[in-house]
Design a binder for this molecule. Structure first.
Ligand code: FES
Ligand SMILES: [Fe+2]
Length: 409
């Protein structure tokens, strides 16, 4: 017999004055303990984790903020002097490409009176200038000039220590062109965080990767929580239902689940990737020095919390999920090839277009599924559901990681 579900309303007071801040109460912890169980008994994360505004802010500070999260990519700021403002869950951040080609991340706020420093995307030759009172900063975030600080025509002011008023840096690192930040500043060293995945993919010379140029980017706004994007990337089980074209060339039977060292990554791989380009199309350059097995291998890995990468013998894509609101996420994708020739030589244009069309199709097909997962979480009758012990290991690994991480001190 099916369990019945009884909807319980709070008191009138609770409904009129909802608690605006999220608290890890004993009830929430009890729900999270149900995630951390053997697969056959485990439930998924509670509905609030996907729908609540209060939890969204809590998650920014206690989950994204305490580890390494992706906020953009190097291709967003390709040239020296490029600037890009990023709104990260309500926090204004700024990406800069400095003179040495390095990437830096700052809090996007002027040290004078706190104006949001850069709006949108800009290119500057040397200095970032605040549009309010014209203070300027170098691309490395140092305060450079404060016109009129001492009165009209006086650019100095006794007692003002310029060196103390630079932009505030955010701890950052770049890997596979993805820009990661650690907002709290005290997460483990990035090298340790990324080591399990670099170890897994150590046979690939990732330093050869170059952005594919035209037809190598896209973005999609999902009416869904970011975690459904990640969960869906960990899930190969939906392949026959959602991706008939992909399933025709790489069947569910050809896939294998991937669960990395706890707390780092999960995903899926396939042993049936076909790199051969049909007809007269030029064959794409391949990562050199790899075994026969690698020629038909592909792996799709979600690096928790919000980065995903898909590696193949002849290309790699990165996808990241940028949370905008509990039920809204920007999904970004960029494609890279193990040689700069692919972007530069027009002969490759049709192949690049085909790779782009294929992946855009696959991720576009996923959209209705993740949006349906979001709508399902509006139902109080759903209490975390169940996982298939055979098929849902990677998705469960993600839920389990999030349940555990959010409770860390
Ligand atoms: S707020 Fe930026 S110069 Fe005044
Ligand atoms: Fe999918």
């Amino acid at each position: 017999m099916l369990d019945s579900f009884k909807l319980e309303y709070g008191t009138l007071e609770e409904r009129v004055m909802p608690d605006q801040s999220f608290v890890l109460t004993d009830d929430v912890r009890a729900a999270l303990n149900k995630v951390d169980r053997p697969l056959s008994e485990a439930h998924g994360l509670p509905n609030d984790f996907f729908t609540s505004e209060a939890y969204f802010t809590f998650e920014r500070d206690n989950l994204f903020g305490k580890t390494w999260s992706v906020i953009g990519c190097g291709a967003d700021i390709p040239k020296e002097g490029d600037l890009k403002a990023v709104d990260f869950m309500g926090l204004p951040l700024l990406l800069t490409r400095s003179k040495d080609g390095g990437i830096k991340v700052f809090h996007n706020v002027c040290s004078h009176r706190g104006l949001e420093l850069v709006n949108g995307e800009q290119h500057v030759s040397r200095f970032i200038r605040c549009p309010y009172h014209a203070w300027t900063y170098t691309l490395d975030g140092e305060l450079h000039s404060m016109p009129g600080i001492g009165g009209p025509g006086k650019n100095q002011c006794p007692g003002f220590e310029k060196g103390k008023h630079g932009l505030k840096t955010v701890r950052s690192a770049v890997w596979l062109d993805m820009i990661f930040v650690n907002l709290s500043g005290d997460a483990e060293p990035f090298e340790d965080y990324i080591a399990p995945l670099t170890e897994r993919w150590k046979d690939y010379d990732l330093s050869l990767l170059r952005h594919g140029g035209e037809k190598s980017s896209w973005s999609l706004t999902l009416a869904a929580n970011w975690k459904f994007g990640v969960e869906n990337h960990c899930d190969g089980y939906h392949l026959p239902m959602v991706h008939p074209e992909l399933n025709a060339v790489s069947r569910l039977e050809d896939h294998y689940p991937i669960i990395g060292p706890e707390g780092y990554y999960a995903g899926q791989g396939s042993i049936a990737y076909n790199a051969a380009r049909p007809g007269d199309a030029p064959q794409l350059p391949r990562f050199p020095g790899l075994s026969e097995k690698h020629q038909s291998l592909s792996e799709y890995i979600s690096l928790f919390p919000n980065a995903t990468a898909g590696i193949h013998i002849d290309h790699l894509w990165i996808v990241w999920f940028q949370p905008i609101a509990p039920g809204k996420t920007l999904e970004r994708m960029e494609i890279y090839y193990p040689s700069g020739e692919v972007a530069e030589d027009p002969a490759y244009a049709p192949v690049r277009e085909e790779v782009h069309r294929f992946w855009l199709g696959v991720f576009g097909e996923d959209q209705w599924a993740v949006e349906g997962l979001q709508r399902g979480r509006a139902s109080p009758a759903f209490e975390g559901g169940a996982f298939s012990p055979a098929m849902d290991g990677p998705a469960h690994a993600f839920h389990k990681w999030a349940a555990e991480f959010i409770q860390r001190d």
